[in-house]
Ligand binder design. Structure first.
Ligand code: SME
Length: 163
């Protein structure tokens, strides 16, 4: 399969447009997940996990909770350090996995997933969640995709109103 080119600048502008003036994070992130699902080629899951304690003071600060997404039913809670998402959250670092079956501890939600990218979302210098995208093709996400999605994540975190 040839290289996929995505206009991440346009995507970030569309994300800003969708999130501007949205009073609630659920509404904003639901539409951003839909936008990413309809824009990005060759993906089978896209969505957000958010740090539990940020959503509800009774939930742990070191666990991710499933947020708005497009795709198959997914696991609802991922401890920091577990799976690709928990690793990205714990290390505060994007994880680009060419082959999920080679990633020790990968959490399989959709058996079709072959590669994955997870990008942290931050507020006040701390991880508040992650953007997670799965593809049925190995090595779907390039360095360029990572940079583009980091820009998109930056745009999301800037416009997110978590309260
Ligand atoms: N694969 C992820 C779990 C979430 S699903 O992909 C939606 C992980 O290993 O953290």
């Amino acid at each position: 399969m040839g290289t996929i080119h995505t206009d991440y600048q346009l995507l970030a502008a569309q994300v800003k447009e969708l999130m501007d003036d949205q009073p609630h994070w659920v509404t904003a992130l639901a539409n951003v997940a839909a936008l990413l699902a309809q824009t990005l080629e060759d993906i089978n899951w896209v969505g957000f996990y958010l740090v539990g304690s940020i959503l509800d003071g009774k939930l742990p600060p070191d666990e991710l909770v499933l947020g708005p997404f497009v795709g198959k039913v997914a696991c609802t809670r991922i401890p920091f350090g577990k799976g690709v998402c928990g690793t990205a959250a714990e290390l505060d670092q994007s994880q680009r996995v060419e082959d999920v079956h080679a990633f020790v501890g990968h959490i399989a939600c959709d058996a079709d997933s072959a590669s994955e990218i997870v990008v942290p979302l931050r507020a006040n210098g701390k991880v508040i969640g992650v953007l997670d995208i799965d593809s049925p093709s190995k090595s779907r996400f390039s360095e360029v995709d990572q940079q583009g999605l980091e820009q998109v994540a930056l745009c999301v975190q800037t416009h997110l109103r978590l309260q």
